[in-house]
Design a protein around this ligand. Structure first.
Ligand SMILES: NC(=O)c1ccc[n+]([C@@H]2O[C@H](COP(=O)([O-])OP(=O)(O)OC[C@H]3O[C@@H](n4cnc5c(N)ncnc54)[C@H](OP(=O)(O)O)[C@@H]3O)[C@@H](O)[C@H]2O)c1
Length: 269
């Protein structure tokens, strides 16, 4: 049996749609009362009591990272999930991690911690080092009503990847898990895009006028963001601006068996 955690999140929803016709798959979510096409189990990494029952009979666990929080919060969540998977006799954990290029990002540490924890288990594992979503870049660099993109990306570009491609890759690996045991896949896009590319694609009425990181930090702080979200958002832009996120290539095309979707199109979806 396959179990997918985080099933009502954006990535989990795409994955659940792709697995909807299977009779060996259940969805795990903190909101099990919502009707779904597949059977649903209550899974909340913050409530380890849900995990022992939730992981019963599971052969392959697709562990979607629950990355919103301080590092200690996220490590506790992922640690509880891996502990419970071991105890329940899960055979293989597929984990949605972060691209190697993301080591400069403020939220990299819990991903690397989880990778290490998995590699220490007797279970089989596969690590999907997901690149940053094109949709995330589209949100960070959305034009204002007067047609200005003001994200602090400088001249930096991101090897952005459509979330739907990461869902396709995760489904392939999860449904063919034994063939991917003990593999780490680097899943970044094939096209690096930045603020000027986004502005050009919007049309001549949109211009790219990069702001400074200090300006962005003040803007995000004033938006009511949680304290942990401010370095997340600013740090993401900083890493892109400094040129750490632009490397293309990796394993995406091979796992998809086709060309990746257009990152620019996904950024506007
Ligand atoms: N590569 C990127 O660009 C990027 C960008 C943002 C985030 N991420 C990471 O990738 C993950 C999936 O992305 P996404 O787009 O699907 O994010 P999302 O739409 O925010 O969904 C995240 C899901 O994580 C699950 N979750 C949160 N707290 C949990 C907990 N305590 N126990 C169990 N599950 C929990 C929730 O699923 P339920 O509500 O169904 O329980 C939530 O909907 C994120 O959680 C984050 O770690 C990656």
């Amino acid at each position: 049996m396959i179990l997918v955690t985080g099933a009502t999140g954006a990535l989990g929803t795409l994955i659940a749609e792709r697995l909807a016709d299977r009779d060996d798959t259940v969805l795990g979510t903190r909101a099990p009362q919502q009707p779904r096409r597949l059977p649903v189990r209550h899974i909340d990494f913050d409530e380890p009591g849900t995990l022992s029952k939730g992981f019963e009979g599971v052969d392959v666990l697709l562990l979607i990272s629950a990355g919103y929080g301080e590092d200690d919060t996220v490590i506790a969540r992922h640690g509880a999930a891996v502990d419970a998977a071991e105890k329940a006799g899960v055979g293989h954990v597929v984990y949605t991690s972060l691209t190697a290029a993301g080591d400069h990002l403020p939220y990299a540490l819990p991903h690397r911690w989880t990778e290490r924890r998995l590699q220490e288990t007797a279970m089989n594992w596969t690590i999907l080092r997901n690149g940053l979503y094109a949709e995330l870049l589209g949100g960070l660099a959305a034009p204002t009503a007067d047609g200005r993109i003001t994200a602090p990306l400088g001249g930096g570009r991101l090897a952005a990847v459509a979330r739907a491609d990461l869902a396709d890759a995760a489904v392939r690996v999860t449904t063919e898990a034994p063939a991917h045991a003990r593999r780490i896949y680097e899943l970044v896009g094939e096209q690096a895009i930045g603020g000027a590319d986004l502005a050009r694609t919007h049309g001549p009425h949109v211009t790219y006028e990069p702001e400074t990181l200090a300006q962005a930090r003040a803007r995000v702080a004033a938006s009511g963001a949680e304290p942990f979200q401010i370095p997340m958002l600013v740090g993401t832009c900083s890493a892109i601006a400094a040129g750490f996120m632009s490397r293309t290539g990796g394993d995406l095309r091979q796992l998809l068996g086709r060309a990746p979707r257009s990152a620019l199109a996904a950024a506007f979806a």
